[in-house]
Ligand binder design. Structure first.
Ligand SMILES: [Zn+2]
Length: 423
């Protein structure tokens, strides 16, 4: 490990916090440009424009900048076929890969708003709040990361920290293309910092549930509804039975929830429908519940496929395992709380059913804090807003955390002898 010593807020540190404040105006202007670019996960052109914008900001800070193609998103569509959705590129910026503490900082360039929805532009709600797509989730958060790194790069002990900034194009759809890269990078770092927005009251997320997205395809047999309905096998009716059965799985294990969210079937009322496709999401508290759920779903499909004339098949998987709040996370939060109180702002955390790349990093063994981005509310809706002053306030919190680590090292690296994690 490097030469670490106790951390105090000295004049250098104060000047750097001041420096972050002085960037507020320029960050607001950058954010206004960024939210005008539609970057739905399914709009790779817009995601790439967003990534290119950020690359002009991060490249000057980094030793290396790399643009990486990710695998397309393969999923079952409502015709029951596997379709391949191209995704935008992932950006990877790296600094000091041989420093004693390696930190992985993650953000996503995609949003949930498709190019044809009505929510495409920014509206100022009042002096401090901006309503705009992706302003809080998470274009503002990536700007927070940028300000924090700009401050770190002026700190005299910056050599103690090496960092990777990873901007992925597909977080909002569960990171299907970037998951292998997140896993690989997790193994090379000691700590993960993710810039998802804070919870509406400013608290951070602690434990997170795991999540899986699934599709069930029910194939029946078409027939004329008037002439010979008895020859048909109604896929809609069969799907309805299965959906009711799935609904009963709710709370069969602690924290397990299942929501059927989409269905498509049938063409006309005078034909017995031969195809029904529906999609559902499952959330779990415990990693071992994932295998149990998949087995249960497969058993249900097998049972219904035994009925003459029907074929029921399951597609999908658990993309994110639950994120536990273990002793390493506890020590990280304690450290963050120290930084926060040094800024005069108390900070708390709470469990959430939502998922993010923090689940992926945690599953790959990397302790992380995943809600270091801006304050705001109503994300994933056209009411989404960012509290603009949090662009500076949150950057100061992250910068202080980084300066703390550059000075004292990481608490859990000092406790254990696991400092030799670098691959
Ligand atoms: Zn997000």
């Amino acid at each position: 490990m490097g030469n670490f010593k106790p951390f105090v807020i000295d004049t250098t540190c104060q000047d750097l916090l001041q420096f972050i404040d002085s960037k507020q105006q320029i960050r607001e202007e950058q954010l206004l440009s960024l939210v005008e670019i539609n970057s739905s996960s399914l709009n790779p052109v817009g995601v790439n424009r967003t990534g290119e914008f950020f690359s002009t900001l991060f490249t000057p800070l980094a030793d290396s900048a790399e643009r990486i193609e990710v695998h397309p998103w393969e999923r079952m569509n409502f015709s029951g076929q596997i379709s391949s959705q191209p995704l935008g590129d992932l950006w990877h910026f790296n600094k000091r890969p041989n420093a004693p503490v390696q930190i992985l900082m993650c953000g996503h360039t995609d949003t949930v708003f498709p190019p044809d929805c009505n929510f495409q532009h920014a509206t100022r709600i009042d002096r401090n709040r901006l309503n705009a797509p992706g302003a809080a989730d998470m274009k503002g958060g990536i700007l927070v990361m940028l300000s924090a790194l700009e401050a770190l790069e002026q700190h005299p002990l910056r050599e103690n920290i090496g960092w990777t900034v990873l901007l992925n194009p597909d977080e909002e759809i569960g990171s299907p293309g970037s998951a292998p890269i997140l896993e690989k990078e997790a193994a090379k770092h000691h700590l993960g910092l993710i810039y998802e927005p804070a919870l509406p009251d400013g608290s951070l997320a602690g434990e997170r549930k795991g999540s899986g997205n699934f599709t069930i395809k029910v194939e029946g047999r078409a027939a004329h509804a008037g002439r010979e309905p008895e020859k048909g096998r109604n896929a809609i009716n069969k799907a309805a039975l299965i959906m009711l059965e799935l609904d009963k799985l709710n709370h069969t294990r602690p924290g397990l929830t299942l929501n059927t969210g989409m269905i498509q079937a049938g063409e006309t009322t005078n034909k017995v429908p031969d195809l029904a496709v529906f999609k559902f999401n499952i959330r779990i508290n415990a990693a071992e519940d994932a295998a149990w759920c998949v087995q249960t779903l497969e058993d249900i499909c097998t049972t219904h496929s035994r009925d003459e004339g029907y074929q029921v098949s399951l597609h999908g998987q658990f993309g994110r395992m639950p994120k536990r709040f273990d002793s390493e996370h506890q020590s990280l939060f304690n450290l963050l709380q120290r930084c926060s109180s040094q800024l005069g702002v108390p900070i708390h955390w709470q469990a959430t059913g939502g998922c993010c790349d923090g689940n992926n990093l945690s599953a790959a063994g990397l302790p992380n804090i995943d809600t270091l981005g801006v304050k705001g509310n109503f994300i994933h809706s056209d009411q989404e807003y960012i509290e603009l002053p949090s662009l500076s306030h949150r950057a100061q919190l992250s910068a202080l955390l980084l300066m703390h680590i550059a000075t004292e090292g990481l608490p859990f690296l000092k406790q254990s002898e696991t400092g030799e994690k670098i691959c």
